[in-house]
Design a protein around this ligand. Sequence first.
Ligand code: COA
Length: 268
Amino acid sequence: MAGIFRDDLLKGRTAFVTGGGSGIGLHMAERFAAHGATVVLAGRRREKLDEAAAGIRAAGGAAHGVALDVRDYSAVEAALRDTHTRFGELDILLCAAAGNFPAPVTGMSANGFKAVVDIDLLGTFHACRAAYPWLRKPGACVLNISAGQATIPMALQAHVCAAKAGVEMLTRTLAIEWGPEGIRANCITPGATDDTEGMRRLAPADADRAAVVGRIPLGRMGTRDELADLALFLCSGAAAYITGAVFVCDGGLSLGGSGLPLTFVRPS
Ligand code: COA
């Protein structure tokens, strides 16, 4: 069993995962399923979802795919209603659907900016809003995936910076509004994570990767397993009193430090 926890933390729970067909969303869903949750994977491409769900089932978990675009509120609402009909109460909503492309502001059309904001921010709102009727009970939780761009301005990432800043504030607002019903809402902010679409897009060459790693105090990129462990913790009863929190899991990258090269302080 992968991970550092015992294997029944989410036994009997149902989780709906946007962006669940691949990447960090799928990795977290796999971890949820390995700990007893039934997972519903939502994403745009039917083939990827079928393959992902079959992989979880082959490993002994319970998983189903639903093809939708998070930008389409009606589709998201229908999928969540169907999830409730087929699998009962919804316990966990993980919003991991995201879009990105590197471009300067003058190199992206209004529609390009909108595409990313609509997937990342509006899509997260859609899933949270549509999940609410099925989530509203003590013990339920929302987990949204942010990015370092939410707080650190980054060239070529205006759309993601704007969208993810919104995701973090949306999460905190949900924690206030839904806390009285017992619903928790938290956020994970990954840093540079190995084997992700984001790193393939933002640091495609070895030299790009080396430059990123050179700025990480812990001296390496993060892993999808480390993010999945954090997601599992936050969605389990072990985190019952944590809400409205943004957990940065980036090896210290976002600390920035003095700007001096870390080669000065690394052990030789
Ligand atoms: N540079 C500038 N503009 C770009 C671009 C790029 N590299 N890639 C897309 N765009 C623009 C398009 O030109 C279009 O604008 P236009 O209509 O004015 O021409 C707009 O973005 C939407 O593009 P489209 O391909 O129709 O959107 P989509 O909904 O199919 O795709 C994206 C959404 C653009 C976010 C796409 O990158 C995507 O699907 N990403 C999903 C996977 C992903 O990004 N994962 C990484 C997560 S960190």
